[in-house]
Ligand binder design. Structure first.
Ligand code: 3PG
Length: 411
């Protein structure tokens, strides 16, 4: 099966020199819910690096927009601290305004001069930014109308949010001459490299907390015959063990229940019955009476916190022969020091392998040792957007950009 990547306009196709440019970035970062501190600034540093280049090459007046978390969750905060970090990484003072479409923000945008950068407040403070709808509908939102009339062009550099049909992603392209930004472009180049590689085995290592989304990815991968093996870790592994009829112990069943994942068991069973190449761990790390113990499947006790020593070895051996690796989500509870080893060891196998590798961002990205990277390994800023696209779904951001290039560039 082939996945269609449309020809997308880049900043080389638009005239952004000295223009007022609205750039949608994704600096959504892990936040400590107690202190509000940014726990990992990888996405901010990547954007900072490319914004710096953009300023040097085109000297625009940049208006940056992004979201942070979702309303009602612990990571839903202001972008004020993000502005400080962006200033550090761009070398330009990034001005912050605690407004998005009100008079204060529009006044700041109107006064912005080339070589200056302004960051607006968290987009998800606007309720319309949470709603997903068609590009045509999103182009009519207040966000798009109010900001479009104050800027010249729109750049979508938020690859990590490309799977959301929200106004800041799909509305602006129908309202302004638009293109993708440099971070987005790099991601597309890495994905193209993976999709153009027909070598096997292609191994997906899937973990982390977004289990519902991972099942959708697995269903896509199977439908489009894109994975030779899927190595499950984290809560995804719990789910597939239960789907196989294996007893994971009451405490771990309770974890699945608390996370609302029990209703997914029949779906996981159906995936297995259809022959999905899913491997599950044979052992885990659990804390029993305050001590970290290696427990085997069949005699699981305590709350599982990481994959076990033998699973690390078996998964590592499989990764050694891989030609393509896609890794998403940590294998254990990496917030607790003693349960980081599973993830770190899997990453070690990735560094040593000769496979072309995509590491999906977020929490896993923060575990990567930058000194061990080489040109075979791409650490993506995208998480679910990357996985959904790789598994064959059409991303709304790309669709909107295609529409835009027809409307404004005559492509
Ligand atoms: C992400 O971290 O995956 C992106 O920032 C998108 O966030 P969302 O899943 O809250 O839309």
């Amino acid at each position: 099966m082939s996945i269609n990547i449309p020809k997308l306009p880049t900043i080389r196709d638009l005239d952004i020199r000295e223009k007022k440019v609205l750039v949608r970035i994704d600096i959504n970062s892990p936040i400590d819910p107690e202190t509000g501190e940014i726990l990992d600034d990888r996405r901010i540093s990547v954007h900072g690096k490319y914004i710096k280049e953009m300023m040097k090459d085109y000297n625009p007046a940049l208006v940056l927009i992004s979201h942070q978390g979702r309303p009602g969750e612990g990571d839903f905060t202001s972008l004020e601290k993000h502005a400080e970090l962006l200033s550090k990484y761009t070398g330009v003072t990034v001005k912050f305004v605690d407004d998005i479409i009100g008079p204060k923000a529009r006044e700041e945008i109107r006064n912005l001069k080339p070589s200056e950068i302004l960051l607006l407040e968290n987009l998800r403070l606007l309720s319309e930014e949470i709603i997903e709808a068609s590009p045509e509908k999103q182009a009519l939102t207040m966000l798009v109308k109010k900001l479009s009339s104050n800027v010249d062009v729109y750049v979508n550099d938020a690859f990590a949010t490309a799977h959301r049909s929200q106004p800041s992603i799909v509305g602006f392209p129908l309202s302004l001459p638009s293109c993708i930004g440099p971070v987005f472009e790099k991601e597309i180049q890495a994905i193209t490299r993976i999709l153009n590689s027909f070598e096997s085995p292609r191994i997906y290592v899937l973990g982390g907390s977004k289990v519902r989304e991972l099942l959708r990815v697995i269903e896509n991968l199977m439908r489009n015959k894109l994975a030779d093996r899927i190595l499950a870790t984290g809560l995804l592994a719990h789910l597939f063990l239960v789907a196989k009829g294996i007893d994971i112990g009451v405490e771990n069943m309770k974890v699945l229940e608390e996370k609302g994942l029990l209703p997914l068991i029949p779906r996981a069973r159906y995936i297995l019955m259809r022959g999905a190449p899913i491997e599950t761990p044979i052992d885990f790390k659990a804390k029993i009476n305050g001590e970290v113990r290696n427990v085997y499947v069949g005699e699981i006790r305590g709350v599982i916190k990481d994959i076990g020593n033998n699973t690390v070895k078996i998964y590592g051996d499989l990764l050694k022969d891989a030609k393509v690796i896609v890794m998403r989500g940590p294998a254990g509870v990496i917030e607790e020091e003693e349960f980081r080893t599973g993830t770190l060891n899997l990453l070690e196998s990735v560094y040593k392998s000769n496979a072309f590798t995509l590491i999906a961002g977020g929490h896993l990205g923060s575990m990567v040792d930058e000194n061990r990277l080489n040109n075979r390994i791409h650490v993506s800023t995208g998480g679910n957007a990357l996985l959904l696209f790789l598994s064959g779904e059409e991303l709304p951001a790309l669709k909107a950009m295609e529409l835009s290039s027809k409307m404004f560039l005559g492509w």
